[in-house]
Design a protein around this ligand. Structure first.
Ligand code: IPD
Ligand code: CA
Ligand code: CA
Length: 266
């Protein structure tokens, strides 16, 4: 496939793009940027669009033959087997409200699965990176998932889909069940960061439904490379195109699957 040198070069390009977009996000946060609605609840800001343009332009320069799957635009050119999967701002609702918890998420997908991932947590200046088979790193230091178990002493994270008010699969039942069986559940509003935090051992587990490939592609690679486990709600192998994801430190994974099964139906 790729030589190690090539992957390293692609990683550097993705890191450069993420930092560049992050700089703009920091500069414009709390400024008077325009905001529009994609749906009843779902927002998009001028900053999301500008950042996606920047990231795509920089990555196109570095890898002219690769394709793109990104949140704010459709891209017809480039390879479909080798493509960049980009969420220019994960945590858009937070960003639009001036709640400073958001990140840039970039992954390189080859034949359907991520081979490298970069998540840049802008306001903390924390850079999470991974290359498949080579471990996961936070600001250059190797990361490891937590060793916490059992579930009752664990801190988890989740999120809720934008269609939660009119679709029954809204995650409310699972949220209540996990709240009863753990130390706590956080809903910070940026799924990519939740996954990066599982990889860093700051959270012990994460689950969510209806996420898009750009929300999860970099994060699930980070978790796997930090020694964690990522599956669907049935505990089976996970693809970034799946509807439901569970990521954990591995030790609590079976119990998380059990809670999801017992609380299914919402
Ligand atoms: C959203 C965030 C949020 C999750 C939503 C996502 P966006 O992405 O990751 O945590 O709960 O389902 O759509 O819209 O901020 O890029
Ligand atoms: Ca997102
Ligand atoms: Ca986004």
């Amino acid at each position: 496939m790729f030589s190690e040198g090539n992957l390293q070069r692609y990683l550097e390009a993705a890191v450069g793009a993420a930092r560049e977009a992050g700089k703009l996000q920091k500069e414009l946060l709390w400024s008077d940027f325009s905001i529009s609605h994609k749906g009843e609840v779902d927002l998009v800001t001028e900053v999301d669009r500008r950042c996606e343009e920047m990231v795509v332009a920089r990555l196109r320069e570095a890898t002219p033959d690769f394709g793109f799957l990104a949140e704010e635009n459709q891209y017809q050119d480039g390879s479909t087997s080798h493509r960049w999967v980009i969420d220019p701002v994960d945590g858009t609702t937070n960003y639009a409200h001036g709640f400073p918890w958001f990140c840039v998420s970039i992954a390189l997908e080859v034949e359907g699965s991520p081979v490298l991932g970069v998540i840049y947590h802008v306001m903390m200046d924390e850079l999470f990176t991974a290359i498949r088979g080579k471990g996961a790193y936070l600001n250059g230091k190797k990361m490891q998932v937590s060793q916490h178990e059992p579930l009752k002493g664990c801190l988890l994270a989740t999120g809720f889909p934008y269609d939660r008010t009119w679709d029954n699969e809204n995650n409310f039942n699972h949220f209540c069940a996990f709240h009863m069986e753990t130390r706590g559940v956080r809903r910070a509003g940026a799924a990519a960061l939740d996954l990066a935090y599982v990889a860093a051992g700051r959270l012990d587990g994460f689950w969510e439904c209806k996420l898009k490939p750009w929300d999860v592609a970099a994060g699930v690679l980070l978790v796997a490379e930090a020694g964690g486990v990522v599956t669907n709600y049935a505990g089976e192998a996970y693809s970034i195109y799946d509807h439901r994801v569970v990521a954990s430190n591995g030790r609590i994974h079976k119990d998380m699957i059990g809670v999801l099964a017992r609380s299914s139906g919402g």
